[in-house]
Write a protein that binds this ligand. Structure first.
Ligand code: ADP
Ligand code: MG
Length: 319
């Protein structure tokens, strides 16, 4: 008979990490969401080798105390909810307290942070599941999380990753969507110290579109704006500007990116007489809906949204 054993925490975290941390882009997404939750207005992401060697996310958010640093990398440690009921009035992106422990289990993680108004910063490193006592350090106010040698201790996962360029492509797509969903935050993405994306963070969606897609696209977009039971605001390309894939559909519901075949169908229905077959518009559209209308526990990118009045939506796309 085999004996039943409780897994040691490091092994349990590595297994859980398999769900949260699939590749560099999943790490970047979790870290950037933490920065947004910390109230950051500037977020800088730096990568080496597509994030395989190094991922660093720096923000000007409210920072962490040394005791936060000792707590945060532990499983189910979160400052965002205290009970399951809190889920119903949640306004932050994260809440499960799973990201940092999962990332720490499969990489070498360093957290450097200074609280706003405090004159001294702190740094801690986590390696092989051990959280080191934070030491004093000089740093800008905000938080810098650095992830090195992703999957160094899980070679099977590492083998599954694609080239640095492919991984960078995924990160750059995701930061592009972050820029479009948060025009009020100034984002920067750097790879091997070269600038890839940079947004001004002025709150102007048109400028965010410009930062992600460039002037040629931005100049060929029409603004759409509808205020009713639902609020719809954004930009959709004029018929002269089309793409060969749906890759340029960006739908955000209450600030969150969603992949919605329902929205795609309405957009295409609005456009099908205007653009050639097998060509697709560029769309950056924000929907503001009553949060009671959907469930936060549902996987956010698979969110099903039921619009009370799809024809309003269709005509707002056409404007
Ligand atoms: P969650 O985001 O679900 O709470 P995480 O593991 O991602 O869980 O983060 C754990 C905690 O660490 C957060 O609740 C927050 O208190 C703190 N934290 C993480 N990143 C930052 C950051 N960039 N700035 C300030 N606090 C942070
Ligand atoms: Mg988080």
């Amino acid at each position: 008979m085999r004996q039943i054993k409780v897994l040691d925490p490091q092994t349990a975290n590595q297994i859980a990490a398999g769900e949260v941390v699939e590749r560099p882009v999943s790490v970047v997404k979790e870290l950037v969401e933490n920065s947004i939750d910390a109230g950051a207005t500037r977020i800088k992401v730096s990568l080496r080798e597509g994030g395989l060697k190094m991922i660093q996310v720096g923000d000007n958010g409210y920072g962490m105390t040394p005791s936060d640093m000792l707590m945060a990398p532990k499983r189910h440690a979160t400052s965002k909810i205290e009970s399951a009921e809190d889920l119903n009035r949640l306004h932050t992106l994260g809440f499960r307290g799973e990201a940092l422990p999962s990332i720490a289990a499969v990489s070498k993680l360093t957290i450097t942070s200074r609280l706003e108004g405090s004159y001294v910063g702190w740094q801690t490193a986590i390696e092989d599941g051990t959280i080191n006592e934070p030491v004093e350090t000089g740093c800008p106010s905000g938080t810098i999380v650095r992830v090195e040698d992703l999957f160094y201790n899980t070679p099977a996962r590492k083998k599954f990753l694609k080239s640095a360029n492919t991984e960078l492509g995924h990160v750059s797509d995701m930061i592009g969507r972050m820029i479009l969903s948060h025009p009020n935050i100034a984002f920067e993405l750097e790879h091997e110290e070269k600038n890839i994306l940079k947004s001004p963070g002025t709150g102007d969606l048109a400028q965010a579109v410009f930062a992600v897609y460039g002037g040629d696209v931005a100049r060929k977009m029409n603004e759409i704006n509808y205020h009713g039971e639902e609020k719809i605001f954004g930009f959709v390309s004029r018929p002269e500007l089309t793409r060969s894939t749906r890759h340029y559909y960006n739908f955000f519901v209450n600030g969150r990116y969603v992949r919605s075949s329902e929205l795609a169908a309405i957009l295409e229905e609005a456009f099908y007489t205007r653009i050639p077959a097998k060509r697709y518009p560029v769309a950056v559209v924000h929907f503001t809906l009553d949060p009671q209308a959907f469930d936060v526990n549902v996987h956010p990118t698979k969110l099903e949204i039921k619009f009370r009045n799809p024809s309003v939506l269709k005509s707002s796309f056409l404007r």
